[in-house]
Design a binder for this molecule. Structure first.
Ligand SMILES: *[C@@H]1O[C@H](CO)[C@@H](O)[C@H](O)[C@H]1NC(C)=O
Ligand SMILES: *[C@@H]1O[C@H](CO)[C@@H](O)[C@H](O)[C@H]1NC(C)=O
Ligand SMILES: *[C@@H]1O[C@H](CO)[C@@H](O)[C@H](O)[C@H]1NC(C)=O
Ligand SMILES: *[C@@H]1O[C@H](CO)[C@@H](O)[C@H](O)[C@H]1NC(C)=O
Length: 340
């Protein structure tokens, strides 16, 4: 198959900034690369950074983001990134919400794939979620998704047919989670610590974890920073550094953090609602070349490449925008559910 058909090429080779690595976006649940929010986001970042940006679609996007298990989604993504020649020298990943499960999978599970340099995560359910996304609308997709969610989440049937079941972690049902959940325990190296997965994750140059302060979809929102409930309890949310994933360093998060490569960032909005100025501050520095990346603590715009400076100039007089990078999905906390 012609590889041009397989991914959405947003912008390429538009600028001569050949040192800027390309980036790839993975969208969230119920979404599609061709939807306006995601395509605008990708194009904007590509314009600002002068780097080619791609949104890689898995299956048909909307439907498969609900129903294709992540092991399969990652296999498909792994094949696709290998087919894109422009990524062969390395690339950055931007994960939107559930798209971070694909991003994490690519970093850890994709053998012989092109190297991932920066993993930029927006509202990623990295430590699991204790809520279920609900489609809540009419239409076959939503009726199916919502009815699967009401079944036993850790059964083989649901694990094989409902993507979000791969990262739901009910704090008071850890035994079933470890036994039945097919994806998160693998990428978080919870059961069979796999040194290859850890080595790959620890080789990232930057891990950028963006939490949304008013996130109503991810429960708890701190999962975006690898924070989570302790096993067996809903009482508090442990910060990442107090979780076993960090202290026992299952995947190399501690190695990265101690090397100063983990950026715990927050933005003010609800799930995946981010302003253009927050994007410039929190995402853009990790898409431009090394020389600029190392000066991200400096606000001095003259250290940025000319493509970014030009944008800043152009932005004067242009209003700030808020991008909503999600489609209509609601979530229900499992805390109040009694039938588990
Ligand atoms: C990106 O740049 C192109 C070329 O200048 C322009 O046509 C397009 O509108 C820009 N896209 C965004 C989202 O700003
Ligand atoms: C890690 O997992 C991969 C894929 O399942 C497997 O091929 C490999 O042998 C494992 N490595 C270690 C060190 O356990
Ligand atoms: C980010 O978190 C810090 C504390 O960790 C808080 O003081 C700050 O207000 C937060 N920023 C936003 C934009 O919510
Ligand atoms: C960025 O710097 C790191 C370490 O200094 C290096 O390994 C990597 O290749 C550089 N990446 C680019 C895009 O220059």
């Amino acid at each position: 198959m012609n590889f041009m058909l397989i991914f959405t090429l947003i912008l390429t080779l538009q600028s001569i900034n050949t040192y800027s690595l390309p980036f790839v976006v993975f969208h969230g649940i119920s979404d599609k690369c061709s939807n306006e929010g995601v395509s605008y986001f990708t194009e904007l970042l590509s314009n600002w950074s002068g780097s080619p940006g791609y949104c890689i679609e898995i299956g048909n996007g909307e439907w498969d983001s609900w129903f294709m298990p992540f092991t399969k989604q990652v296999d498909i993504a792994c094949d696709k990134v290998k087919e894109i020649d422009e990524l062969s020298e390395g690339y950055h990943i931007i994960g939107l919400s559930q798209g971070n499960m694909v991003g994490r999978g690519l970093v850890e599970l994709c053998s012989d794939g092109p190297p991932v340099k920066n993993l930029i995560s927006l509202a990623g359910p990295h430590a699991g979620i204790a809520s279920v996304p609900f489609c809540g609308q009419s239409g076959l997709l939503c009726i199916l998704a919502d009815s699967l969610l009401k079944l036993a989440i850790y059964s083989n049937f649901v694990q094989e047919h409902l993507a979000p079941a791969g990262y739901i972690k009910i704090p008071t049902d850890i035994a079933d989670y470890r036994k039945g959940c097919k994806f998160l325990p693998v990428v978080n190296n919870e059961i069979h610590g796999n040194s290859t997965f850890k080595k790959r994750f620890a080789s990232l140059e930057n891990l950028v974890l963006i939490m949304f302060e008013k996130d109503q979809i991810l429960v708890p929102k701190q999962t975006s920073w690898f924070g989570y409930y302790p096993d067996g309890s809903w009482s508090t949310v442990l910060p990442a550094k107090e979780t076993k994933l960090y202290t026992e360093d299952w995947i190399g998060l501690k190695i990265l953090d101690e090397a100063g490569k983990v950026k715990f960032l927050n933005v003010s909005g609800n799930h995946l609602e981010i302003s253009t100025s927050e994007m410039k501050k929190n995402i853009l520095p990790y898409l431009v070349d090394n020389a600029s990346t190392t000066v991200t603590t400096s606000r001095s715009s003259d250290l940025w490449p000319s493509s970014v400076r030009n944008f800043n100039d152009k932005l004067n007089g242009v209003g700030e925008e808020i991008l909503e990078l999600h489609t209509h999905v609601e979530s229900v906390s499992l805390r109040s559910w009694t039938f588990w």
